[in-house]
Write a protein that binds this ligand. Sequence first.
Ligand SMILES: Nc1ncnc2c1ncn2[C@@H]1O[C@H](COP(=O)(O)OP(=O)(O)OP(=O)(O)O)[C@@H](O)[C@H]1O
Ligand SMILES: [Mg+2]
Length: 389
Amino acid sequence: MFPMPLAPDTALAVAPDVLGSLAAMSVGVIVLGHDLRVSVWNRWVESHSGIAESEALGRSLETLFPEVRDSYFLGAVHGAVNGGYPSVLAPSLHAPVFPFFVAPGVDTERMRQQIHVIPLAGGSGCLVQIIDANAAWHRESTLKRKHVLLEESLELQERLLQQLEGNKTELQQQVRERTAQLEELAGQVQDLSEHERAQLARELHDELGALMTAIRIDVTRLTSQSEASIERRERALKNIDQAIQIKRRIMEGMRPTLLDNFGVVVAIRELAREKAAVNSWRFHIDLPDEEMPIPEQLSITLYRVCQEALTNAAKYAEATELRLSLRAGKGVLVLEIIDNGVGMPAARDARQGGHGISGMQHRVLARGGTLEIGSAEPHGTRVLARIPF
Ligand SMILES: Nc1ncnc2c1ncn2[C@@H]1O[C@H](COP(=O)(O)OP(=O)(O)OP(=O)(O)O)[C@@H](O)[C@H]1O
Ligand SMILES: [Mg+2]
């Protein structure tokens, strides 16, 4: 808190009417003459010193406050009056600059006062201005408090975000686990239903097939030659043959014998040929070697996906041309079925469809693969399944 000398030519000439308005200001104003006697003592100084203007006027500062002797403040006053140097005395916590202007009962008030000592023109005295920095101090401390609160709420927000992030990861993990469980379950259900279909097909073949063949043999052996008997025998044989056909069709639908007997490549080729003939499609087929060893469960998945994709193409695509390919890549089998038809409807309509596409999806997912259904170029639908192999 050393006086800070400014240039000597900044000395003020203060007119008496200006001094009058200084008296009413809300800062402390004291004007001292060249003999250091008080000529202005405004209301702020009155209330902060407890000394009335009438008491102070005409008295020297040292008389009013013996404590100022040898103080920095008095040094600054002498510098202004005798040398024409203005000074600014800033407060410090341990050494209040002007300890006399203290609001009664508020001892710390003086710590926050700043004093300007300004010389008057021609060495006629000086003006002492005491600025109460309290309001600024209050504003600053309020701002600091707000800043702390803001930082605290930012920290809280950060913590909440981290917590949310943690919960999100946990939820994602749960969703992944549940999805994996559901996929496994769907796979098991499909395996079970395939197993039952195969068993039913076998029973149809063994039991019903054997029975029908036996009936057919018996009927052919009926010897009566009456016209009515011959006619009835012919009719019975026709009905039996028709029943055998129906049984075969049901069996094939449940479990194509080709699949079990010759493998998936032959079964898909046959399926494609049959569908192409029924729907008058030009068919391009690209299949791997028939000997290629494909595990049974995977064969069934591939066959069922082909079956559903071709059925859908027949039902909805109005296509004239179809392409089917099955290729073995690095550890993956890629099945692609493309039609040149009208293409899939808008997403909303497709959702109203049946269970064919979701069934394909489940089958492929259950084998750890992916299924994409999209548009073909220049038009039509493309079904693409990739299954680890
Ligand atoms: N190749 C295709 N071309 C045009 N639209 C198709 C094709 N494949 C499927 N779709 C559309 O997708 C919808 C859903 O097919 P999905 O196989 O799931 O059901 P579905 O065939 O209607 O019934 P389900 O298969 O249960 O008998 C169909 O209703 C049809 O509108
Ligand atoms: Mg379908």
